[in-house]
Design a protein around this ligand. Structure first.
Ligand SMILES: Nc1ncnc2c1ncn2[C@@H]1O[C@H](COP(=O)(O)OP(=O)(O)OP(=O)(O)O)[C@@H](O)[C@H]1O
Length: 432
């Protein structure tokens, strides 16, 4: 961080002194307005010298949220800030163009030191959610990237599976990150595409961001919630520009949680409508959960074979998880079940906290097993995750999981639905 610098400036025509110190830009405002402080890291997107003026492009917290964060000592624009809005501040340098250019460079160097992305590849799914991702991109996302001086290459997805194809062949050397303006489905496709690449071990290091523009947006909600941010389009874009998400220690563990299953790092297995289904589950419990279920005497060969098959269709792509579990590690539970969910992020959608104990990097999947439950009881308590305390719910962490779905109890001719983030499956195994 550079040392303290001061300059005589005019703001809104009034003379004052600007100070840059410790990553904060301050100046005194006229009348009772007092001092204005901008945190370059948490509030400034970009800066431009224009003649005698330095234009500071900011994304500041507003009203009550700002007052609260200052009063609590969190500093302007600190974590947990509420609504933000775009605002330009113009500092007119008393010493003319040379001073403006020097201050512009000084501020730009400080912003660069935070390491935000300079070149992003953005995938927009025009069919996600309420089909307004394109409009969201034009109205809310593009202006923020432009203010931050980020160079953008945009690609609209044209059909299902397109994002996977693009990610599998994209020239990653040209970009600092991939951003999905979509729901979770396109994000999953991007990760799958990257894992199909022959250079997947390097490619998986590419930062991937998501801006919520789908129906559920569970991953965007989970990431922003973990960073104590409200789930919104602008907060997601700001987090991408500022690398705030990386601050919460996802970066170092990215490979682990993304590589945790071949097809999904965020997987929800659902049997909907509170009907009861036969079937069974087998799992390797995480440490501390060994008492759940019953011991399995002999692991079916199919489990081992299926896990070993992971990745074999593309010899040089991601080979799938290596499995070293012994037969004695496996346990089982038989149905009937109302629902079986496997998650490794907390939020399944913006308003459904499916797995309140899920952590990005704990090396486990969270299994939620519902044997029976009054429907109203379940729906009411899902928004805050407290439904897992219900006596009808079993919640445990597992290292490996197999679901063998059965038929509907009331109608053996009908099976349930297995949903892996929107894609139907007949038979599912997840392993870490
Ligand atoms: N142009 C397109 N036409 C049809 N389908 C598309 C197109 N582009 C992408 N898709 C598909 O749309 C599906 C859903 O996308 P996405 O996840 O963005 O939104 P969502 O399903 O509304 O949100 P969520 O997954 O959070 O519930 C993906 O499977 C993707 O392959």
């Amino acid at each position: 961080m550079e040392g303290r610098a001061t300059a005589s400036v005019r703001v809104d025509g009034a003379p004052t002194e600007a100070t840059l110190c410790g990553g904060e830009l301050r100046w005194r405002r006229g009348g009772a307005a007092g001092e204005r402080a901008l945190s370059l890291e948490r509030e400034v997107l970009g800066v431009e010298a224009r003649g005698k003026e330095v234009v500071v492009r900011a994304f500041v917290t507003t009203g009550a949220a700002r007052a609260r964060s200052c009063a609590s000592g969190a500093g302007a624009g600190g974590k947990g800030a509420g609504r933000r809005c775009r605002r330009d501040f113009v500092l007119e340098m008393e010493d003319g163009e040379g001073a403006a250019a020097a201050w512009g460079e000084r501020l730009a160097r400080c912003l660069d030191s935070f390491g935000g992305p300079k070149r992003l590849f953005v995938l927009v799914n025009p069919f996600g959610g309420r089909k307004c991702a394109k409009k969201i991109y034009d109205m809310e996302i593009k202006p923020l990237f432009e203010a931050a001086g980020v160079s953008i290459t945009v690609q609209e997805t044209e059909y299902q599976g397109h994002a996977r194809e693009v990610a599998s062949s994209l020239d990653l050397g040209k970009y600092d990150g991939i951003v999905c303006v979509s729901g979770d489905g396109v994000l999953v496709e991007v990760v799958s595409g990257i894992l199909q690449r022959t250079d997947w071990e390097d490619a998986i290091k590419m930062p991937i961001g998501v801006v919520p523009a789908g129906t559920g947006n569970g991953m965007a909600k989970s990431l922003l919630h973990a960073a104590s941010e409200t789930c919104s389009v602008s907060n997601a874009v700001f987090a991408i520009i500022k690398g705030l998400v990386a601050d919460i220690d996802i970066e170092s563990e990215k490979y682990r949680w993304m590589g945790s299953a071949r097809f999904d790092f965020y997987a929800v297995v659902r049997i909907m409508n509170l009907r009861k289904y036969c079937g069974s589950i087998q799992f390797v419990p995480a440490p501390g959960y060994e008492s759940y279920g019953e011991p399995v005497k002999q692991v079916e060969n199919s489990i081992v074979e299926s896990l070993e098959q992971n990745g074999k269709s593309h010899p040089s792509s991601y080979p799938g998880p290596s499995v070293e579990f012994q037969a004695s590690d496996w346990r089982f539970a038989d149905g009937p079940f109302v629902a079986v969910w496997i998650n490794n992020v907390a939020w399944a959608a913006e308003d459904i906290m499916a797995a309140p104990e899920a952590k990005f990097s704990d090396g486990c999947m969270d299994a939620i097993i519902l044997r029976d439950c009054p429907k109203a009881d379940l729906l009411m308590k899902m928004s805050d995750g407290s439904y897992v305390k219900s006596t009808y719910v079993t919640y445990l962490k597992v290292r490996s999981f197999k679901l063998s779905p059965g038929q509907l109890v009331e109608n053996p001719k009908r099976g349930g639905i297995i949903d892996v983030d929107g894609e139907f499956n007949n038979f599912v195994i997840y392993s870490l």
